[in-house]
Design a protein. Structure first.
Length: 529
């Protein structure tokens, strides 16, 4: 096949037939000579608001491949194969089947690859399967009844289940691991457009269906999944994993333990730390969620084309005068701000969108970087820093999401009513002074950053923008040490994903899970019994 890059199509002319004509013209061949066309990438170039273009990269099948390639046409080259190949099995004997803890993206894809290669893995998840988890979370949003083991952070699919399902990443995919992840999602029910869109997303409503099908696939391949099952302890002998304890009662022997626990499993992290697992504090970011009308974001990003293009997103960065980085995080077009609490008397917020992104509001986190200089050099200090912020957020409104208009946040005043922007939340909310959550260096940085972002997106700093707090779990507060074989300081334990500090988001976490599975496959022979 032949790859053609940089095919520019005005958004008003976007159609498959028009794309075929553009390709045939570039190659100087008849349309009928193109036997097959696959879209590989599709992105929006909105630099010129008066002439916004779609930029395509496609692969085509034609009988004149060699002849066309000999012409050395710009941006025309031989297409590369985009197929993932697992490694060959190793020779070491694996007495007990591998155990994976956590069914977020890292744990799911590690389990899936092990199952596909005959290792019959056991996946344990402290929360519920997704169908039950959705009911539990809805009950929390409606009545404030929190299940500490199954919530927005814990349960099948991990925290990503209640998110926008964003899949964009800057990671180079030389080994086609990302392609495997995306192909799996499509096979299990996601839209095929995620295979080529520059900023793909699944949407929380579709992701729930995808998870059920991934689960069925794992089980059909010999894997086993245990829900409502929390790893509460580990047994180590001669610096090697011997067994795990689940639900404080039952021991399961294991030779290989994959930790895909997520960054909210603080009790598990503390247990591992008490077993002398080597880990370090790391920087993360904290801040607030901001809501605007999606229509305003669309008009700012797309101008006269705002009515014909999909809901617009943004990614903004700024360095405050105090030297701290301020940036937007986890932007959700047409989304909701959701109460994502997972501990009693602590409150956090996050953002989520359905596949359609059809809410009237856009939201994102505006966060500020913090590090060990702010909270201490002990690995547990960052967790405690997060907890204190979440406890303050909870106390402000007795468990309801604390909210404030931007104009009032700037002058330290509790808001009394909403203005042009209608609030869109999952979970109860109430007015409060969000300045009371943070130290001054965070509040000052957020306000300064929003002023700067208003220069890039006109209206970002509007008085009626709605702020909510607290966004405190942008990434893990710790990093668990692992060697080149992905093993921790305790032999046989493989930490991975966001909770271990090695990824951020669905795609990179999934890829990290695949990499861990590869190391296990390379070392051990498959389970035969």
């Amino acid at each position: 096949m032949i790859k053609i890059r940089q095919i520019k199509v005005n958004v008003e002319n976007d159609s498959y037939d028009y794309l075929i004509k553009k390709v045939s013209t570039k190659l100087n061949i008849n349309v009928n000579e193109i036997k097959k066309l696959n879209i590989i990438k599709k992105s929006i170039d909105a630099r010129d608001k008066n002439n916004i273009m779609y930029i395509y990269e496609v692969d085509i099948l034609t009988n004149n491949e060699e002849k066309i390639l000999k012409r050395n046409i710009k941006d025309v080259l031989k297409a590369e194969e985009m197929k993932y190949y697992p490694p060959k099995c190793g020779n070491n004997i694996l007495v007990n089947r591998p155990i994976v803890v956590g069914s977020g993206p890292c744990g799911l894809f590690c389990t899936l690859l092990l199952a596909e290669n005959g290792y019959k893995p056991l996946l344990i998840e402290r929360g519920e399967k997704v169908e039950d988890r959705v009911n539990t979370v809805n009950l929390f949003w409606e009545k404030g009844i929190l299940n500490k083991e199954s919530n927005v952070s814990f349960g099948e699919g991990g925290a990503g289940t209640f998110s926008d399902g964003k899949l964009n990443t800057l990671v180079n995919d030389q080994n086609n691991r990302i392609r495997k992840v995306f192909n799996t999602f499509v096979e299990c029910g996601a839209s095929s457009e995620i295979l080529y869109l520059n900023k793909p997303h699944i949407g929380t409503n579709v992701l729930r269906k995808v998870l059920v099908n991934i689960r069925k696939k794992i089980i059909s391949l010999g894997g086993e999944i245990m829900y409502n099952t929390c790893m509460t302890d580990i047994e180590v002998l001669n610096n090697k994993i011997e067994s795990i304890t689940i639900n404080n009662s039952k021991k399961i022997r294991c030779d290989v333990l994959v930790l895909a626990i997520g960054h909210s499993a603080r009790d598990t992290i503390e247990m591992l730390y008490n077993h002398n697992m080597k880990m370090f504090p790391k920087a993360f970011a904290v801040g607030l969620r901001i809501q605007h009308e999606q229509k305003m974001i669309n008009e700012s990003q797309y101008g006269k084309y705002s009515n014909i293009l999909p809901p617009a997103s943004y990614k903004l960065t700024y360095q405050a005068k105090n030297g701290r980085g301020v940036y937007t995080f986890c932007m959700c077009p047409g989304g909701y701000v959701v109460n994502s609490s997972s501990e009693d008397n602590h409150l956090i917020v996050n953002g989520m969108s359905n596949y359609e992104r059809d809410s009237e509001n856009a939201n994102s986190a505006v966060v500020v970087t913090v590090g060990p200089n702010d909270f201490g050099n002990n690995p547990m200090d960052g967790l405690e820093y997060q907890r204190k912020l979440e406890e303050k957020a909870y106390k402000l409104c007795n468990g309801k999401i604390p909210v404030q208009l931007l104009k009032d946040y700037k002058i330290n005043k509790i808001s009394t009513k909403f203005e042009e922007i209608n609030p869109i939340f999952k979970g109860s909310y109430s007015f409060a002074n969000l300045n009371d959550i943070f130290p001054d260096y965070i509040n000052e940085s957020i306000k300064e950053g929003i002023d700067n972002f208003n220069k890039k997106i006109i209206g970002f700093g509007c008085d009626s923008a709605i702020l909510a707090g607290v966004e405190s779990r942008t990434s893990s507060a710790i990093k668990i040490d692992r060697n080149e074989n992905f093993e921790s300081s305790i032999n046989g334990i493989y930490p991975g994903g966001e909770g271990a500090g090695y990824s951020g988001g669905i795609t990179t976490s999934s890829v990290d899970g695949i990499k861990i599975a590869e190391r296990i496959i390379e070392k051990y022979n498959k389970i035969s019994n």
